[in-house]
Write a protein that binds this ligand. Structure first.
Ligand code: FAD
Length: 496
């Protein structure tokens, strides 16, 4: 309720926020979580909570009147269509030079992501988080994160036999024929459920292509793991459609201003609550935008000059390859990725062999590459426009393209194939206008101390992807979760 006081307030319900809430609650602390997106616990008129990837509707996009599909075109036709404005699940947030895709709702990115749960190779860890003790991460916190998230490996014998992973087997064949290392990656999907989908004994979800706009079964989003456990403690309350706009010190506590939204995005009430401690877990972009504003407008003047800095896109770049007719990738493609091509050490690229769940045969192989792109952007406050801006430049993706080409130019040469030019526009090979993996903006041991305590303001913490300096060499959520587990362990021990 407005005017209420809570011991701990957590802004955002993604990975960082969910870890903080669960561990604090288990330690006996009452926690209130505020989430700007919806609860996603009620079916729509079609009986389903989430819309299918192939049929986006009002539920699919955050306050847009037209979809902004990551793959915008197919065979020369634009795919985007009008939708009613609604507080939908996927935000395609546009900054100059880049569109940043993010999940909106209770569960954050876990609602929309591919579930690829990758622990980076230990020898690459010091380049990802140089101030963090790697031995502790690999003995304690990565295992704890993987257990908490419900990460498991696909049964490879089954994978080798099913139609819905034909596309991934084509990906393996092409990778291996060019002497690249093809690696299976774990996921949070319930593989037994997917086996039943294939057998036809349960409603189809991954096998029906559900992913980008939510998954109605099978995927263990945070709603089913950390957040379910947190709620079961009885100490965690979550308010959905509540967006935090300000955090200011007042009498040794913090006053937090919150806007309540309706499903058209209209602010229906503005509330203030007070808290002893506040955790910023609004995601790399959400946390960075808030902190940039709070520093620039004088609400939290003590924040240091590292706020907003070190933001990266995890080197994301997408592409498709056109296969020969004998390399069909299948009309049915499971939306859950299972593998990647690792050329990080030689070429700076790790490519996820991604599904293209269109329901028709495309003869396309599709990839999301994570690359060692060195470019970093910064959030700054535009007082005239009253918003935080990001200075990423479109040309900064060129290193990512060059690194992805170390894999796909070679495969194309070996196979005698070409890139698809119809997926991101007309005659455009690279999906270089976007990222799924925003990271940084409040870097660990720079904007914060080595455990996420913000410099210059006691009792304020960052505990999400904003802490990570722009790149994880693989898909990021396991690292975000493991780092949050590490930081909250120390914070509970010393600050409570
Ligand atoms: P988030 O999960 O983004 O959570 C932040 C939450 O805070 C959101 O729910 C947001 O709505 C809320 N919020 C923001 N601002 C406010 C505010 N002012 N007030 C209240 N609430 C606020 N990663 C992988 O590792 N594997 C994958 O397979 C993978 N696939 C992906 C596919 C897609 C399409 C996308 C978009 C992402 C994917 N990712 C994947 C990335 C992964 O989901 C993110 O890295 C991860 O969710 C970030 O976690 P977080 O805790 O930092 O923040």
């Amino acid at each position: 309720p407005p005017g209420a006081h809570v011991p701990v307030l957590v802004i955002g319900t993604g990975y960082g926020g969910s870890v903080a809430a669960l561990r604090l609650a288990q330690a006996g602390v009452d926690v209130h979580m505020l989430e700007m997106g919806m609860a996603w616990d009620t079916p729509g008129s079609d009986g389903k909570i989430f819309a299918n990837t192939t049929t986006p509707d009002h539920r699919s996009y955050w306050l847009r009147t037209k979809t902004k599909q990551p793959l915008s075109n197919f065979l020369g036709f634009p795919l985007d269509k009008d939708v009613p404005k609604y507080t939908g699940i996927l935000d395609a947030e546009e900054f100059s030079g880049i569109t940043v895709y993010q999940g909106r709702g209770v569960g954050g990115g876990s609602l929309v992501n591919g579930g690829m749960a990758v622990t980076p190779l230990r020898e690459r860890f010091s380049a990802i988080l140089p101030s963090v003790n790697a031995a502790e991460m690999y003995s304690t916190y990565y295992p704890r994160a993987n257990a908490g998230l419900g990460v498991t490996e696909v049964d490879q014998a089954w994978w080798n036999s099913v139609d819905c992973y034909q596309y991934a087997r084509v990906g393996r064949k092409h990778a291996q024929r060019s002497n690249f290392s093809f690696v299976f990656v774990p996921n949070v999907y319930d593989w037994d459920y997917m086996k039943k989908e294939v057998a036809g004994t349960v409603p189809k979800s991954a096998v029906a292509g559900e992913i980008l706009y939510g998954n109605n079964a099978g995927k263990k989003s945070l709603q089913k793991t950390y957040l379910a456990q947190a709620k079961a403690t009885g100490r965690v309350a979550i308010s959905a459609l509540h967006r935090v706009t300000s955090v200011t010190p007042a009498n040794g506590r913090y006053t937090v201003v919150v806007e309540q939204l309706d499903t058209s995005g209209t602010v229906t009430a503005t509330k203030t609550v007070t808290a002893n401690k506040v955790f910023f877990a609004a995601g790399s972009v959400g946390t960075s935008k808030l902190l940039t504003r709070l520093k620039a407008t004088g609400a939290l003047p003590g924040l240091n000059n590292e706020i907003g800095k070190g933001w990266g896109d995890n080197g994301n770049v997408m592409c498709g390859r056109a296969n020969h007719l004998w390399d069909a990738t299948g009309t049915v493609q499971a939306s859950i990725p299972t593998a990647g091509i690792d050329n990080w050490d030689a070429g700076g690229a790790f490519a996820e062999v991604a599904p293209l769940p269109t329901g028709i045969e495309t003869w396309a192989s599709f990839y999301l590459s994570i690359t060692k792109n060195p470019n970093r952007a910064q959030f700054t406050w535009n007082s005239t426009a009253n918003r935080a801006e990001l200075n990423w430049q479109a040309a900064w993706k060129q290193p990512s393209i060059d690194m992805a080409k170390t894999i796909f130019d070679k495969i194309n040469a070996k196979e005698g194939t070409i890139y698809r030019t119809d997926l991101f526009g007309v005659y455009k090979i690279w999906g270089d206008h976007l990222t799924y993996h925003p990271l940084g903006g409040a870097i660990l041991n720079k904007a914060t101390d080595n455990y996420g305590r913000l410099h210059g303001c006691s009792n304020l913490y960052v505990i999400d992807g904003a802490l990570i300096p722009g790149n994880t060499s693989v898909n990021p959520f396991v690292t975000i979760t493991a780092l949050a587990e590490r930081n909250i362990d120390t914070i509970i021990r010393t600050d409570f």
